[in-house]
Write a protein that binds this ligand. Sequence first.
Ligand code: C2O
Length: 548
Amino acid sequence: GITRHYTFNVRLKNVTRLCHTKSMVTVNGKFPGPRVVAREGDRLVVKVINRVPNNISIHWHGVRQLQSGWADGPSYITQCPIQTGQSYVYNFTIVGQRGTLFWHAHFQWLRATVYGPLIIFPKHNASYPFAKPHKEVTIMLGEWFNADPEAIIQQALQTGAGPNVSEAYTFNGLPGPLYNCSAKDTYKLKVQPGKTYLLRLINAALNDDLFFSIANHTFTVVEADASYVKPFETNILLLAPGQTSNVLLKTKPNTPNAKFFMLARPYFTGMGTFDNTTVAGILEYENPSPHSSSSNLAIFKPSLPPINATNVVANFTNKFRSLASTRFPANVPQTVDKRFFFTVGLGTNPCPKNQTCQGPNGTKFAASVNNISFALPTTALLQSYFFAKSNGVYTTDFPNFPLHPFNYTGTPPNNTFVTNGTTKAIVIPFNTSVELVMQDTSILGAESHPLHLHGYNFYVVGQGFGNFDPKKDPAKFNLVDPVERNTVGVPSGGWVAIRFLADNPGVWFMHCHFDVHLSWGLGMAWIVLDGELPNQKLPPPPSDLPKC
Ligand code: C2O
């Protein structure tokens, strides 16, 4: 591969949407941010210069970062944030991956405005496992907040309440014509008849799973989270925040006398406030017939499932299978060295004295894994691990199983068991074969949680509704062609089982990719120890690694 250099100038920029102008943090003045491209095997060298008042760090979401954990990017996990006036060079090689990923800020809620596509093409002379598309198009789903999203979460954390929802969803930063004062900010996709387009879809929204559909057109799904899947057809896609998907769109053989809406709006099963609005873009054929000008064409709308359509989602996610071909085998761990069972869910904490809290019954919202709310430390875990082997910043007693088992999807016990924030990690030896079952709890209403693991892809070997049954369910696991991902939705009122081989030494964050749940503590850290061989060890950090 070759080395590709990028410069990210993090700077403020005035951006107007919905007739509302705000000064916001951007990369190179762009919203969404610039596209980063590479080929499998290339090295990326990205110099990030912070010229804004906020701290920041950039995460290369889904990049495995094999032995390059210092470039992963989550603030206070693998690095201290880059402070105002400082810079940091992210230097990493793309090994064994090709497809659609994205990059985003990984500091508080800055990724609301700081994100962009990361496109990895196959090696030179390597082809896709499907016919070469006529054209490739990237569509990023996102959210627009009139207010400063950083202020929104700070306010929510102080009051203990749920945060304000965004004003709009967006396609490539554009809310579209279904919002007030937004018609001119509409994403348009112009296509020719009888061609195949590869759509690279990315859900960069902060807090919502999104359905996506285009009227009168079907998609063939060919990739998920930069891993090829067995192609399948669908009219409706669901993407959780942090998930990406490549789909083929075959256009109609003849130019129709119509335009077609593409729509996205949330899938939501939890309690509380949610944004039920819809972003629209327009699919338009080039050169409509001479007697119909584009403006008087009929426009068709797709119908999207209801907001809480859990069965639609389960049917859709069950269709994903790894390609599992000779060229792209599925290396599913067939044996397990270590089993883990994590509950994931929301809960509440008592209101601190001298404060009034606006969460349920005067409490404050919290979220947890195994009833433990994760608190970010004040220095980076990876630094602390690498140089001082803990130094009191974190403890290694994160439980492998919940401390207080109960009927997770039945009536919750009175005590909701969410601890105050602590920083706990699990330590596993190099090359441990891990099986992890994640169980949604219905303490505050069942809700789907998109769990994202840094530094790894994992295989989704099983999922189901209700309580996971360790006696019966493992017999049904798919160990042949399960989908390989970096972000999986733990189903609302159900469970998901994943397997991965811990072959990447370092400290790896695992967390809900709803930023609000992450802010409430839905996360934990894995520490994967070095192996014996030189190529199984995490090298020392680069000299410009930021200091806290
Ligand atoms: Cu895309 Cu830790 O996140």
